[in-house]
Design a protein around this ligand. Structure first.
Ligand code: MG
Length: 381
């Protein structure tokens, strides 16, 4: 502080001391009016179940389905609404019932300052263990609300460059060669294909695609390979087929086999089912080359951002993925996609009843808009 400024500051302090009574009067009335304002501006949480209709029967190594249950949330504060979503693919153990039960326990009206995000999210996290999709639905709505109050999208608040968003892959489920070819044709706007493997027709799936497309392919085995020698043979074969990486090749509990595969594989090996929250990231160093972060697994944008930063700090690759979701959760995930080496944000494209407009894929690339919060507007419900 320069000498002149110091003197000025000193005389202001002296003034405050001299007129101590009036200062305390002003403070009192300000506190009172803040209390009234804050009381009037508490947050309210609303939620409703919704059923996503899938355009195609979706088959993974773990089963098939045509719908995905989600819960849509809204947090309102000072007449501004933040939107959130929980998506519950059945294999993760959450459902309409569990999410609605969790959300019924949330007392959002006790908070009157949405900017205290750490406190609010810590309260949400402590309501009960697990329930990560339910927690994500509150986290996303809170991020959307706070971004709207500030007037900026989250990628801006995080200081991320929208030009650095990755290409997104388009997912092709396990199916007959005819349907696979049809899906490859549908994936025409995308630069990268993500192919589900692990049901015994691995080579047929890849060879079918290679008869109609030479785009880079990412493969997701969903823990379907049980033998590490088979997994390594496949990794070598896939390398020759212009495959970029292999996601969750073997059951997540076969840690030693996966570490051996990662050491010997010419392709990066990415953890998906093996990684859930920030607590898992450090333990996976040396076992996998990278992690697939999904908002519904880790509890939302706050946790996902911290996981991405931690993974990058310890030299692991970052992939940002999704479930079948509306453009709400997809656009929320897209906010941190400039931190990701690869994105798999096509969940909204696999459904026929999206109710938000948000992030778009332009020329195969995740493309962020400048709308505040998570960058969405409601289109229909
Ligand atoms: Mg996966």
């Amino acid at each position: 502080m320069k000498k002149r400024e110091f003197i000025k500051f000193g005389s202001l302090l002296a003034g405050a001391v001299i007129t101590g009574n009036s200062v305390s009067c002003i403070n009192e009335s300000m506190e009172k009016s803040n209390r009234i304002n804050k009381k009037a501006k508490s947050m309210t949480l609303k939620y409703k179940p919704y059923e996503l209709q899938l355009k195609h029967v979706f088959t993974l190594a773990s089963g098939s389905r045509t719908t995905t249950p989600v819960v849509l949330t809204e947090i309102e504060y000072d007449s501004i609404i933040g939107y959130g979503e929980a998506s519950m693919p059945p294999y993760l153990g959450e459902s309409h019932e569990t999410v609605l039960k969790f959300l019924s326990r949330v007392r959002m009206e006790q908070f009157n300052d949405p900017f205290l995000m750490e406190d609010i999210l810590s309260y949400i996290d402590n309501i009960s263990p697990g329930n990560y999709a339910a927690k994500a639905s509150v986290d996303i709505a809170l991020h959307d609300l706070v971004g709207k109050l500030i007037g900026k999208p989250w990628f801006r608040l995080w200081g991320l460059d929208p030009a650095k968003t990755p290409y997104t892959s388009f997912t092709i489920g396990i199916d007959t060669p005819e349907v696979v070819k049809q899906k490859v044709a549908e994936a025409e706007p995308y630069k990268v294909l993500k192919v589900k493997l692990g049901l015994g027709n691995d080579k047929e799936m890849i060879e079918t695609i290679r008869t109609v497309s030479d785009k880079p392919i990412c493969v997701d085995v969903n823990q379907g390979w049980k033998d590490r020698n088979y997994a390594l043979d496949m990794a070598l074969w896939l390398k020759d087929k212009d495959v970029v990486f292999i996601e969750q090749p073997m059951p997540k509990n076969l840690t030693d086999d996966i570490a051996w595969l990662t050491q010997n594989s010419p392709l990066p090996v990415i953890a998906d089912e093996a990684v859930q929250t920030i607590n898992d990231v450090l333990n996976l160093k040396g076992i996998y080359s990278g992690i697939n972060i999904k908002l519904m697994k880790c509890g939302g944008m706050d946790a996902a951002y911290k996981m991405a930063q931690m993974a990058r700090a310890i030299g692991m690759k970052v992939m940002i993925g999704c479930m079948t979701e509306t453009s709400c959760a997809i656009s929320a995930a897209a906010q941190l996609s400039p931190l990701a080496h690869w994105a798999d944000l096509d969940g909204n494209l696999l459904i026929s009843n999206d109710c938000y407009d948000g992030m778009i894929i332009s020329d195969g690339k995740v493309t962020l808009n400048e709308r505040p919060g998570i960058g969405i507007v409601e289109i229909k419900k």
